[in-house]
Every structure is written in C-alpha cells, then in structure tokens.
Write a protein that binds this ligand. Structure first.
Ligand SMILES: [Zn+2]
Length: 172
C-alpha cells in the first residue's frame, strides 16, 4: 500500500477526508531535494459531486534543519500551505492548468506524493532566517556569527596583498 494515496474510484458522492504524516523518510525518494527533514501534517478533503470532484490539500508543520542565511545554524521553518484542485478524468497528456489533477477512469486511487512535495518545496521561503525576538533583534547564534566573522577576517588578511604590505612595514 502506498501511504500517500487516496481512494478515488467508486467513492460515494460527498466529502471524504484523509490525513497524512510527512516526515524525513518522505524525502528519500526525492534525491535532489534541498529539504531532507520535516514534520508536516497533510489534510486532504475530496469532495465528490455528480458533475465535479475537487480536492483540497492543507499542509501545516515545519521544515526542519535548514541553514539560516545569516548565521548558518540549522533552523526549523514553520509552513502552512493550501491548494484546491479540480479532479478530471481524462488523458494525462492533455495540458490543463496546474490546478487540475488528471486521473484515468480506470484508476482506483490518486497518489498525492508529488503534489505534497511540490507544495512543500514552494512553501520554503527564499529567505531563511532566525526569527526576530520581542525587542526586534534577530535570534541568530552569536557564537556562529563570531566564528563566521573571525573566519572571513582571517581570509581577508590572507587574500588582500595590502595587508601583507602593512605587515612588512610593521616588521621594519
Ligand atoms: Zn541565524
């Protein structure tokens, strides 16, 4: 049984809810994923009507261990994401807009793994930073920032020939 599948064929008219836990293992199949760890709950609601079937997906949780842009310490980023899809039976080669999930009439289930993955990837913000605290200071690791500053200062010293020239002067 694929854990990220919902039943589609033969379901009754009405609303059908499911819930899925998305954890670290989920990302194993996505080799190039920047995200490797997360704790997310995906709630799905399939609403079957006589003439239209829709699927709402709601993701809430955290993407874990993403390096902070400023201090590089790993942080957990809370996410919350919603998508509403229309489900259509038909040929998967037909091009519809991105809010449509195409299923073949003979398929019994819909696998949502790729849809979840896409939503999670899109929910990861371009800017990943520690939160601001009550006094509007960023909660970055001071230790890490000190290390980064120390390291880049050292590098500058080595890289910049002007510093070497100054050192020579001092020695004389
Ligand atoms: Zn930080």
């Amino acid at each position: 049984m694929n854990y990220y599948e919902i039943k589609f064929n033969g379901i009754k008219v009405g609303s059908h809810s499911n819930s899925f836990e998305i954890k670290d293992k989920f990302f194993d199949t996505f080799e190039n994923s920047e995200i490797k760890q997360a704790e997310i709950t995906a709630s799905t609601k399939l609403n079957k009507q006589d003439n239209k079937t829709t699927l709402d997906i709601n993701l809430v949780g955290t993407i874990n261990n993403i390096p902070c842009d400023i201090c590089t310490e790993k942080i957990d980023i809370p996410i919350s994401s919603k998508m509403n899809y229309v489900i259509k039976e038909g040929d998967k080669n037909n091009v519809y807009n991105e809010d449509v999930i195409i299923v073949n009439a003979f398929e019994n289930t819909i696998c949502l793994k790729n849809y979840f993955y896409e939503m999670i990837s899109l929910a990861l913000p371009a800017k990943r930073q520690h939160k601001l605290n009550a006094t509007n200071n960023i909660e970055c690791s001071k230790e890490m920032i000190n290390l980064i500053e120390k390291y880049s200062y050292k590098n500058n010293e080595i890289m910049d020939p002007r510093w070497e020239a100054l050192n020579d002067i001092k020695l004389k």
